[in-house]
Ligand binder design. Structure first.
Ligand SMILES: NC(=O)c1ccc[n+]([C@@H]2O[C@H](COP(=O)([O-])OP(=O)(O)OC[C@H]3O[C@@H](n4cnc5c(N)ncnc54)[C@H](OP(=O)(O)O)[C@@H]3O)[C@@H](O)[C@H]2O)c1
Length: 255
C-alpha cells in the first residue's frame, strides 16, 4: 500500500484526534492544522502515551486557526496531499454556538477546496485526485435527495434547527457547498453522517446511504473511534472509496 499524506483540520476534536492517531498507526503521514500544538500532543498522548516519540517523523503540526490562514498558506497546506479530512465543529460554549465564525465548517471547506483546485490548476499531473472527507451529522439533509421518508416531526425539527441553531445550519451549508463540486473529476468527496456519538473503542461499523431509524431517541450509536476508522478506511481502500464517493453515508456501530 503506498504511503498517503492527509491534511486533518479539527484534529483536536473528539473525533479528529482519532483520525490523526489511526492514520499514524497505519504508517501514514499526517499534517494537522490546530489552534494548539500542545493540546493535540496531550490528546494523542492520552490515547497512546508513546505517540509523540513513535510518530514524530510522520506527524507535522501547524499551529494556526484555520480561517486565519491566507489563501497562499492554504495552498501550501493542501499541495501534494492525498486527502483532506475536516472534523471541524463549533465548540459547545455560548461563544462557539452563537459567536463568530458562524460558518466555520462551510468557510473552511470552501477555502480548502479552492486551495486544492488552485494547486491542481498549476500542476501537470492531471491524474492526481484529492479526496475530501467532511464530517457532518445524521441531521444534515442530503442535498441530492434520497433521505426521505422523514416523519413530519423530524422534518419540522430539522427545519427549526436549520434556522435557529447556527452550527447545524453551518453543517448543512458545508454539505450543500461540497455538492456543487461534482464538476471537478480530480476532487472527490464524501460527507460522513454519524448517528449519536459516544466514546469507545474501534469495532465494526456499518454504512448506509441514508439515516436509519428515527432521528430522535433511537438506540443506534457510533463510537467516535469508529467514525474515524471509516474515514481512514476510505482514505486507504479504493474499493470503499469508490462505493461512497459523492455520497453522504450514515454510520452506526454494527450490532
Ligand atoms: N451525532 C452526530 O452526528 C454528531 C455529534 C457531534 C458532532 N457532530 C459533528 O461532527 C463534527 C465534529 O464533531 P466533534 O464532536 O468531533 O468535534 P469537537 O470535539 O467539538 O471538535 C471541534 C474541532 O473544531 C475546532 N474548532 C472549533 N472552533 C474553531 C474555530 N473557530 N477555529 C478553528 N478551529 C475550531 C476545535 O479546535 P479547538 O480544540 O482548538 O477548540 C476542534 O478541533 C462537527 O461538525 C459536529 O457538528 C456530529
Amino acid at each position: 500500500m503506498p504511503t498517503t499524506t492527509t491534511l486533518v483540520v479539527g484534529a483536536t476534536g473528539a473525533t479528529g484526534k482519532h483520525v490523526v492517531l489511526q492514520l499514524l498507526q497505519q504508517s501514514q503521514n499526517v499534517h494537522a492544522i490546530v489552534r494548539s500544538k500542545q493540546r493535540l500532543h496531550d490528546l494523542l498522548g492520552e490515547i497512546d502515551p508513546e505517540s509523540s516519540v513513535k510518530f514524530e517523523k510522520q506527524l507535522e503540526v501547524s499551529e494556526a486557526s484555520i480561517l486565519d490562514l491566507s489563501d497562499e498558506e492554504l495552498k501550501k497546506a493542501t499541495k501534494d496531499v492525498d486527502a483532506v479530512v475536516s472534523c471541524l465543529g463549533h465548540n459547545m460554549s455560548f461563544k462557539g454556538l452563537w459567536g463568530k465564525p458562524r460558518k466555520l465548517v462551510t468557510d473552511a471547506t470552501r477555502r480548502l477546496v479552492e486551495a486544492i483546485e488552485a494547486n491542481q490548476a498549476e500542476s501537470n499531473d492531471h491524474d492526481k485526485k484529492t479526496k475530501f472527507i467532511l464530517m457532518g451529522t445524521e441531521g444534515v439533509t442530503n442535498p441530492a435527495g434520497g433521505d426521505d421518508p422523514r416523519t413530519r416531526s423530524e422534518r419540522s425539527v430539522i427545519f427549526t434547527l436549520r434556522y435557529l441553531i447556527p452550527p447545524h445550519s453551518d453543517n448543512e451549508s458545508a454539505a450543500q457547498y461540497i455538492h456543487t463540486k461534482r464538476d471537478n473529476p480530480r476532487l472527490e468527496w464524501t460527507v460522513i453522517r454519524p448517528t449519536d456519538l459516544i466514546d469507545g473503542a474501534v469495532s465494526k461499523y456499518a454504512l448506509f446511504p441514508k439515516p436509519q431509524g428515527s432521528l430522535f431517541g433511537g438506540e443506534d450509536k457510533a463510537t467516535r473511534a469508529n467514525v474515524a476508522k471509516s474515514m481512514v478506511d476510505m482514505i486507504l481502500s479504493e474499493t470503499l472509496w469508490e462505493e461512497w464517493k459523492y455520497k453522504m453515508p450514515y454510520i452506526q456501530d454494527a450490532n
